[in-house]
Design a protein around this ligand. Structure first.
Ligand SMILES: [Fe+2]
Length: 246
């Protein structure tokens, strides 16, 4: 089975389109989404509609999805992120808002070997930013593989003999061969707002038969995404950061 794992799209239509075009060439069996469909970007409706149309095997909510659908307050959001939440609430269609509000809370175990969460398996809003966080996460994972998002950094943590190790997957053409007896905690990076100073859309494909995960980075039309953000009168910083990959 081939799983297309994507997360943190954040209303960026041009980035999602490039990622999905690529997926179509790869004979994907299952789409799996780790949340944050909306927030920051100017195309929340298109992202929800395209994601729904994929009929994901599993999809969970992110903190921005929760905030937009008023299932959580925006107190912890910085002023720019909060402004984008208000804009999204005003511009998302009701049927799309209903879908975002219906997304499941993580963690979710989808089969005998895959768990999903947006932030961490012990707290959907927690950022896994290092090996200490990863060690805590591994204590809550009872499958060989767990995928997470939220940080917008492509990262792979392993847990072997109770030692958590992390690797930042910079650049492209990264791949991991899965070993028996090792647990993996994997972040594919962000489709719509990468923050690792690489502006390209990030996602990964897990091949359960080949026992490997391949990580991809693809260029997209950032200028068009920026134009839409500015035209929508969203904060200009949200356009600027896309060109810096931060
Ligand atoms: Fe996010």
């Amino acid at each position: 089975m081939r799983y297309f794992i994507f997360t943190d799209i954040h209303g960026n239509l041009e980035a999602l389109d490039v990622a999905l075009e690529f997926a179509q060439k790869k004979k994907i069996d299952h789409y799996v989404c780790l949340g944050d469909l909306v927030g920051y970007g100017a195309s929340p409706n298109e992202i929800v509609e395209k994601t729904r149309a994929l009929k994901p095997l599993s999809i969970i909510r992110g903190n921005h999805d929760k905030a937009v659908s008023e299932l959580d307050s925006i107190q912890t959001f910085n002023p720019i992120a909060a402004a984008a939440i208000h804009w999204t609430r005003a511009n998302i269609q009701k049927k799309n808002m209903d879908y975002v509000a219906s997304l499941k809370k993580g963690p979710v175990t989808i089969n005998d070997h895959i768990m999903l969460c947006h932030g961490a398996p012990f707290d959907e809003d927690h950022y896994i930013f290092g090996e200490f966080d990863a060690a805590e996460a591994f204590a809550h994972i009872n499958t060989p593989l767990c995928f997470f998002g939220h940080t917008h950094f492509p990262f792979a943590y392993t847990n072997k003999n109770h030692h958590a190790n992390g690797t930042f997957l910079s650049g492209d053409k990264n791949e991991i061969k899965l070993e028996d007896g090792v647990k993996y905690l994997i972040n594919p990076g962000s489709v719509g707002q990468p923050r690792d100073r690489d502006t390209r859309a990030a996602f990964c494909i897990y091949d359960s038969k080949a026992k490997e995960i391949k990580f991809y980075r693809l260029e997209y039309n950032i200028k068009e995404t920026q134009r839409k953000i500015l035209e929508a009168k969203l904060p200009s910083a949200l356009a600027e950061r896309l060109a810096l990959g931060i």
